[in-house]
Design a protein around this ligand. Structure first.
Ligand code: 13P
Length: 260
């Protein structure tokens, strides 16, 4: 049976001291064992203080992105080895906000080209992570327009296939996919649990047969203490990728317990 995994994505929030304080609070709430795998992805700058705060705890730390090259003239980027060296266990790849696909648009539409993640860069990043100590969490999901045009499955199948292009299936056997419908992110509009379960099952069916049983598929998008138990009780949903509700330890612990 797959172990559920709940990961908090802190996005561009919290200064270092606050991040460390919230990690310490969460560590105390989680205690010795959480019953599921738990992670937090703070900003790059807060990785080190959060790793220190979580020493001796079962909570892992993740980065929100990486670059696919090992080193070189790539100003402002970080490699997989660098974030592993900083103490990370997880890395998010291809979050919709990096793909320029927002549930709630808070930047001028004319700047969307700045958020330049594509299926090809997601694939390159995944290749750079496989074979390292990091567990990749690759995000996929459809926009509202794509859902309304009945293109959900088509869009998601294309994202999953592109992400695995040129990769031996077994290399991703312990990987994680987060199904995050873009329209549900940061909007308070959670995907119905039956539909979320259906899409997670669909993602599994798109994966190569040899890894269908082992890859964990999370749901993400407006998960909170009130809806987490219903979502996580679905057979195809192996946990959650949680944004807003992961910032408050007293809320996040309830989400974690819902998966335990
Ligand atoms: P919210 O939980 O704030 O909707 O964010 C979800 C998300 O994008 C996690 O990566």
């Amino acid at each position: 049976m797959r172990k559920k995994i709940v990961v908090g994505n802190w996005k561009m929030n919290l200064l270092q001291a606050d991040a460390a304080a919230r990690a310490t609070e969460l560590k105390e709430l989680v205690g010795e064992s959480s019953g599921c795998e738990v992670g937090i992805c703070p900003t790059f700058l807060s990785i080190s203080p959060v790793v220190s705060a979580l020493e001796g705890s079962c909570i892992g730390v993740g980065a929100q992105d990486i670059f696919w090259k090992e080193s070189g003239a790539f100003t402002g980027f970080l490699s997989a080895a660098m974030i592993a060296d900083a103490g990370c266990k997880y890395v998010l790849i291809g979050h919709s906000e990096r793909r320029g696909r927002f549930g709630k648009l808070e930047v001028p539409e004319s700047t969307l080209g700045f958020f330049a993640e594509t299926d090809e860069t997601v694939n390159l990043k995944l290749k750079a992570v496989l074979g390292t100590s990091l567990t990749p969490i690759v995000c996929v999901g459809e926009t509202l327009a794509e859902r309304e045009a009945s293109k959900t499955d088509e869009v998601i199948a294309a994202q999953v296939n592109a992400m695995l292009d040129g990769i031996e299936a077994e290399a991703f056997a312990e990987g994680v996919i987060a199904y995050e419908p873009v329209w549900a992110i940061g909007t308070g509009q959670v995907c119905d649990s039956t539909e979320a379960n259906r899409v997670c099952g669909f993602i599994r069916s798109v994966l190569p047969a040899s890894i269908q049983a082992s890859v964990r598929i999370q749901y993400g998008g407006s998960v909170n203490p009130a809806n987490a138990a219903e979502l996580f009780s679905q057979p195809e949903i192996d946990g959650g990728l949680v944004g807003g509700a992961s910032l408050k330890p007293s809320d996040f612990i309830q989400v974690i317990r819902s998966a335990s």
